[in-house]
Design a protein around this ligand. Structure first.
Ligand code: GLA
Length: 662
C-alpha cells in the first residue's frame, strides 16, 4: 500500500466512530479524495455535506459521509486494478424538495456499465451499491438527469467508499483529447463564401463585404448590381444606397492568379433584415467591464486579418459597460448618464463613437451596440428608460447597425410577475424606433426567453432573440441548451432567429467572476459539437472570445465555410431532432438545394457508433455523404449512414442526391 493511501486510511479510521457504515482499514472514502475534477450541472461537489451544506439525507435517513453532487455529474477515477469493491448508498438529497428531481446513478469500469440505479426520485429510499471493480483501471461515476432536465437534481453518493488492496483511487480529469485540426486551410484560389441572399431596406446606406477566401490580391466584380450600388474591385466591399423595393439577382465574381470563381447574390430590398442569421463578434465573454474603443478596433482588425470576415463574420459588437455608471471601480467609467439635452454619454473609454463605427465600416464590417430598456443595464450602467427615441436616434447617428436590447432593471417598471404584454412593450417601442432610422439596424432581444419570446420577437421588430439565460454560466451544458433551443425551431426563418447565445471557445473570461480570458474549458470535441449545433439550428453566430488570442485550432472551428454554409442556408430552417437516445442524438436540417445537413451527437462519456437511417431522416434511395468538418466526400450510402462519434463529439455531414452538384 502506498504512503498516500496509508494517510487516507488513517483519516478513515479516525472517523469510524462517527459513521454509519464502518470503514475498515483498507477502505477509502470517496469524500476524502480530491473532488475538484468533478464536472457537474450546478454548484460544486461537497464532501460529507449536502449541496446545501447540511447533513447528507436521503428519504429521512442521514449519512455522516458521502459526496453530494448535481446532475449531470461526471467523476473519473484512476484505480490500480487492486481496488476490489465500490460501495455506496445513493439517492436524491432531501433538500431537493419542491421540484421534479429525478436522476440515474451509474458506475462504469473501463468503459463498461457495471451498475445503474434506474431512475430515482426525490423521497425514494437510498439504494445500496456494491460493485466488483477488481481489475478495473478507469472508473466513472455518473449521475444523469433522467431525461427531464437538471432542476433540483441534488444527487448523493452517500457512504461511497472503496475497498483497496493497493493504492487509493485518484480522481482524474476527463480523458485528454488532442486539439486536432480537422479542416483543411483555404486554398489560394478565390472562394466566395457567406450567404447567397441579403435583406435591406430601400433608401438606406448599403454595406456588404463579399466574404472571400483566397490569396490577395483578388479582383472583385459584380454583374447585375443595381445602379445605386458599386463594388470596390480591390476589397470586394459593396457600398451605396439600397435600391427601391424588389429582388435583384447579381453575380459576384472574384479572381486571382490561382483561379476565378463566381456566385449568385440575391439582394432583397424590402422590410426584412437578416435573411440569414447574423454573424460577428461580441465583446462580452472576453472583456466584460474592461472593454475600450481600442479593443473594439483591434477586434475589427483581427476579424479581417484572421480570415473570419472571409467566411462571413461581419458585426463587431460592443456589449455592456460603454456608458457611464454612477459608481464603479474604474473611475473612467463613472460620470453623468446624459448631457443637458438628455443625450446618452459614453464613458471615457469610448471617446468617439462615430469614429469607432467609421473605423469598423471602412473595413466593410458592421457595428453593434447594447443597452437595456430599464433605467440601468445589467452591469449597472445607464439604460434607455424614458429616453428611447433619443437613444435610437443617437445609435443611428453614431452609425450602429445592430442593437442588443437587454431587459435588466426593466423589472422595476413592470414588476417581477410581468405579463407577456408588459414584456413586449419595450421591444415594440424600440423596434418601431429603429425602423424609423435612416439606416438598417437589427434588434436582438436579450430577455432570456421570457414570455416565450420566440412567438413574438419578430412581430415586435426583432431579428433574433435569446432563448435562454447566459450561456457563460452553463458552458458545461451546451448539448442541453441546444436541445432546449431546438424546441423553438418552428420560429426560425429568414429575418427570425432563435439565439442560444454566443460561441465561447478559444480564450474566454469566466462569466461568474468576469475574469480575464483563459483557454476555455471545453474539450476539442465539445468545441466542434458547439459550432455544429449552432449551425444546424441556424443560430446567430457571434464569437465572444478574445480576438487577440485566436489560434489555429480556434480559427479552424470558427471558420469552416462548409459548416457555416449550413447556418447561412437561405431556407433558414432550424434542424429537427430526429433521434434522441439515452446518450446520443441526431439533428437534420433541410437545405435550399434539396440536400440535408446532419449532425450525429454523442454527449456520452465514450465513443459510440451512431446510425442515421434514411427513414428517420425522411430520405430514400442512394445519397452521397460529405464530411463537413474534414471537407471530404465519404461515398454513396443507401438506407443508412453510420459513424463512430467521439466522447462529447459530433460527426457533421451533408447528405445529397448523387446528381446534386451544388
Ligand atoms: C446580460 C446578457 C449578457 C450580457 C450582460 C451584460 O447578462 O444576457 O449577454 O449582455 O447582460 O451586462
Amino acid at each position: 500500500m502506498s504512503s498516500k493511501s496509508l494517510v487516507l486510511v488513517g483519516v478513515a479510521v479516525l472517523s469510524v466512530h462517527t459513521i454509519t457504515a464502518h470503514a475498515v482499514a483498507d477502505e477509502v472514502w470517496l469524500s476524502q479524495l480530491d473532488l475538484s475534477k468533478t464536472q457537474q450541472g450546478w454548484g460544486e461537489p461537497h464532501a460529507d455535506q449536502s449541496l446545501m451544506e447540511g447533513p447528507i439525507s436521503i428519504a429521512g435517513k442521514t449519512f455522516e459521509r458521502g459526496v453530494a453532487t448535481h446532475a449531470k455529474s461526471v467523476l473519473w477515477l484512476e484505480l490500480d486494478g487492486k481496488v476490489s469493491e465500490f460501495l455506496a448508498s445513493v439517492g436524491i438529497d432531501d433538500t431537493a424538495a419542491g421540484g421534479n428531481a429525478s436522476v440515474e446513478f451509474m458506475v462504469l469500469g473501463d468503459g463498461k456499465s457495471l451498475w445503474r440505479s434506474g431512475v430515482m426520485h426525490h423521497g425514494e429510499e437510498a439504494k445500496p451499491v456494491r460493485v466488483d471493480v477488481q481489475g478495473v483501471r478507469s472508473l466513472l461515476l455518473l449521475v444523469m438527469s433522467a431525461g427531464d432536465g437538471i432542476n433540483f437534481d441534488h444527487a448523493d453518493w452517500a457512504e461511497a467508499r472503496f475497498v483497496c488492496g493497493g493504492a487509493a483511487p485518484t480522481c482524474v480529469a476527463s480523458p485528454r483529447e488532442d486539439r486536432v485540426i480537422l479542416t483543411p486551410k483555404p486554398g489560394p484560389a478565390p472562394r466566395i463564401n457567406g450567404p447567397g441572399v441579403y435583406g435591406c431596406r430601400p433608401g438606406n446606406p448599403f454595406l456588404y463585404r463579399v466574404p472571400t477566401t483566397g490569396e490577395r490580391p483578388i479582383l472583385f466584380s459584380c454583374d447585375g448590381l443595381p445602379a445605386s450600388l458599386s463594388i470596390d474591385t480591390e476589397t470586394g466591399i459593396i457600398t451605396g444606397t439600397v435600391p427601391e423595393r424588389g429582388t435583384y439577382e447579381a453575380m459576384l465574381r472574384a479572381n486571382n492568379q490561382h483561379g476565378a470563381t463566381s456566385r449568385t447574390f440575391r439582394i432583397v430590398s424590402g422590410d426584412t433584415l437578416a435573411l440569414t442569421p447574423p454573424m460577428g463578434w461580441n465583446h462580452w465573454y472576453a472583456h466584460y467591464n474592461r472593454i475600450t474603443d481600442a479593443m473594439m478596433r483591434e477586434a475589427a482588425d483581427i476579424m479581417v486579418s484572421s480570415g473570419m470576415a472571409d467566411v462571413g463574420y461581419q458585426f463587431v459588437s460592443i456589449d455592456d459597460c460603454w456608458m457611464n455608471a454612477e459608481k464603479y471601480d474604474d473611475p473612467l467609467r463613472v460620470g453623468p448618464p446624459r448631457d443637458a439635452n438628455g443625450n446618452i454619454l459614453p464613458n471615457q473609454h469610448f471617446p468617439d463613437m462615430k469614429g469607432l463605427t467609421d473605423y469598423i465600416h471602412a473595413k466593410g464590417l458592421k457595428a453593434g451596440i447594447y443597452i437595456s430598456p430599464g433605467p440601468r443595464t445589467c452591469a449597472g450602467f445607464t439604460g434607455s428608460y424614458g429616453h428611447e427615441a433619443q437613444d435610437a436616434g443617437q445609435f443611428a447617428d453614431w452609425g450602429f447597425d445592430l442593437l442588443k436590447y437587454d431587459l435588466c432593471s426593466y423589472g422595476e417598471i413592470i414588476g417581477s410577475s410581468a405579463t407577456v404584454e408588459a414584456l413586449k412593450k419595450p421591444y415594440i417601442l424600440m423596434g418601431d424606433l429603429l425602423k424609423q432610422q435612416p439606416r438598417d439596424i437589427q434588434m436582438n432581444l436579450c430577455e432570456y426567453g421570457l414570455g416565450d419570446v420566440w412567438e413574438w420577437g419578430k412581430e415586435v421588430g426583432g431579428q433574433s432573440w435569446r432563448t435562454s439565460g447566459d450561456l457563460g454560466f452553463e458552458l458545461n451544458r451546451i448539448f442541453d441548451v441546444a436541445l432546449a433551443n431546438a424546441k423553438h425551431g418552428e420560429y426560425s426563418g429568414p429575418g427570425s432567429w432563435n439565439d442560444p447565445d454566443y460561441i465561447q471557445i478559444g480564450y474566454i473570461g469566466d462569466a461568474r467572476t468576469i475574469g480575464m480570458p483563459t483557454p476555455c474549458s471545453l474539450t476539442p470535441n465539445e468545441q466542434y459539437a458547439f459550432m455544429s449545433l449552432w449551425c444546424l439550428m441556424a443560430s446567430p453566430l457571434f464569437y465572444s472570445g478574445d480576438m487577440s488570442r485566436l489560434d489555429d485550432f480556434t480559427i479552424n472551428v470558427l471558420c469552416n465555410p462548409e459548416v457555416i454554409a449550413i447556418d447561412q442556408d437561405p431556407l433558414g430552417k432550424c434542424a429537427r431532432v430526429i433521434m434522441l437516445g439515452e446518450e446520443t442524438f441526431a439533428m437534420v436540417k433541410d437545405l435550399e438545394d434539396g440536400s440535408t445537413a446532419v449532425g450525429l451527437f454523442n454527449p456520452g462519456e465514450f465513443a459510440v457508433p451512431i446510425t442515421l437511417t434514411w427513414d428517420d431522416a425522411g430520405l430514400s434511395g442512394p445519397h452521397k455523404v460529405r464530411d463537413l468538418w474534414r471537407q471530404s466526400d465519404m461515398g454513396e450510402f443507401s438506407g443508412k449512414f453510420e459513424a463512430t462519434v467521439g466522447r462529447h463529439g459530433v460527426v457533421m455531414v451533408r447528405v445529397s442526391r448523387p446528381d446534386n452538384n451544388s
